[in-house]
Design a protein around this ligand. Sequence first.
Ligand SMILES: Cc1ncc(C[n+]2csc(CCOP(=O)(O)OP(=O)(O)O)c2C)c(N)n1
Length: 665
Amino acid sequence: MAGMYELLETVVTPTDLHKFSDKELRQVADEVRQAILDNVSKTGGHLSSNLGTVELTVAMYAAYSIPPDKVVWDTGHQAYPHKLLTGRLNRFETLRKHGGLNGFLRRDEHPLDYFGAGHAGTAISAALGFAAARDRLGTKEKVVAVTGDAAIASGMSWEALFHAGELQTDLCVVLNDNRMSIAPNVGALHNYLVKLRSRPDFQGLARTAKRVIERIPGPAPRIAAGLRHGITHYLAPEDTGTIFEEIGFEYIGAVDGHDMPTLLDVFRKVRELDYPVFVHALTVKGKGYEVAEDDSRKWHGVTPFDVSSCELPKKAGAPAYTQVFGEAMVELGHEDEKVVAITAAMPDGTGLTAFSREFPERYYDTGIAEQHAVTFAAGLAAGGLKPFCAIYSTFLQRGFDQVLHDVALQNLPVRFVMDRAGLVGDDGPTHHGVFDIAYLTMMPNMTLVAPRDATELREMLRYMASFEGGPIALRYPRGTAEDVLPEARTPISHGSAEVLGSPSGQRPLTTTASSSEPGDRPTRALVETVSKAGGSRVLIVAVGTLVSEAWRAALRLETEGLEVVVVNARFVKPIDEDTILALAHEADLVVTAEEGQHTGGFGQQVRDLLARAGLSQTPLEIVAIGDHFVEHGAQPIIRAANGLDADSIVARIVAKVRQRLTKAV
Ligand SMILES: Cc1ncc(C[n+]2csc(CCOP(=O)(O)OP(=O)(O)O)c2C)c(N)n1
């Protein structure tokens, strides 16, 4: 790396930018863009959003004094330039790798990551909090929030904007407006921004930039928001200011978010103001990498790719759960015209794009508005439709009270489909979907199911379409949906688990994930102990993805002389008490396995069940995630690190059985 980024390499902290001339700052921006391309093409990550914020970040960081000034980024997926300007260039190649830099922002990664991010819509609230704290503590630093044109439409952003308009404190909100969410942006606010941009006086940004800058008022005592109208809103219609002015901001824009001289002028002037200012910057997602500019949706989040060929690697192998869901939804849409689908800004991520094309009139994209999406779905259900509300597990957290108060309490048949339920991998703790079992099963009326593979996902979706007994949620992970277990399937029946039995005599179709062949297992000596003790029977009740891991574990454990029965829980709630109890009565050890938090998880429900049935003496091992946030890293690595793979399950059971039998023999 040495020498590749001549100026950038000398930037350890943003105030180092002050030593550069404006011309050199242009070079810094070019080097930042190059560093992003060089590294993200190797590590994967968010490409197009970051290529779009290069000039904005360099100019802002050169104009402000950071620290002590503070910039709070929304979502954080577009903050790679920030990482590169805060001394992380030499670690940038570790981006999103286990133990490396996080792909979003974290207070514990760097002191200038002033506020952690990952979920959209938080920046303005947090920045306003910093500003209010500053006012109370009597310090003088500047505070800036940077948000996107999709993130700003989230309810929280508006709650914060309204609050800031009232507090009238020194806060700058920068809107990084690239007209895109992950997919094309939606909603009336988006339409408003488009209208704002397309007015004749916004055309030719270079021409208007000078006028915009000239009109920025100098530092002035705080004045009532309304009185400032007319100072800068000459670009707005004559009779009203922009919506941002109406709620108490000085509106500055629109400015070309790639024009360094303009941005430097704007931010240097804005830094002198001491009341709420709204800077509207127009940027291009994917800027500087042509294919990403042309198709920023495709290049939003990428796997490693070859920069020169401009091609993303083709996905090979089994289809992802997302795709299976997308196809199944189209089928359901054809079968039942009451089926409608809702996404919160994630048509591609959730797999609903095909449905949206096939049934545009039965498809709703709310934008980044999970809370609204949930209550909207509740209204659709109350109105007689069959809403499938597809929201990632981690983002449904946003709608917790809406699920509880608007859906569960009223027992409305909303079908929640949670993709990315489980450990998502490189995105890390902000995105792992490991809390849904806890937060949904605690709600009365709620049903929660988890398929073990692609076929079962299709069956469960069909079951959900016909289920009118109240809210029902389905969870599945990020990744491919192979049919691991070919055994005959029993039809889905409410609250019933599927007993897969013992793997002896049968092998799963695919053994790709079986890293541990019998030869390398550490458990040889167990066979003898088990046979001396007259056998040992293990019951494993697994949820969703962990059914196949449990099966693989059982295959190995059988060769150790253990009798193992595997049960696919299917229903996380209501759990199949009869089946589990009947089998637990026969078992020397009960094991539960789920890709979710231990606290409030499936295993704890089984523990309660055993206790209620007087089986608390039966040893129970709960395979789940402990009371910590899981770091980022490749899925297999973090699954293993959290004891969720077949090897770990084997090791855990062997240790437990050995402990028990050594005592007994
Ligand atoms: C609460 C929440 N919902 C959904 C997402 C997924 N998500 C990540 S980035 C993004 C689009 C953001 O668009 P915008 O704010 O315009 O920023 P851009 O990427 O265009 O720069 C979405 C929907 C999220 N991070 N948080």
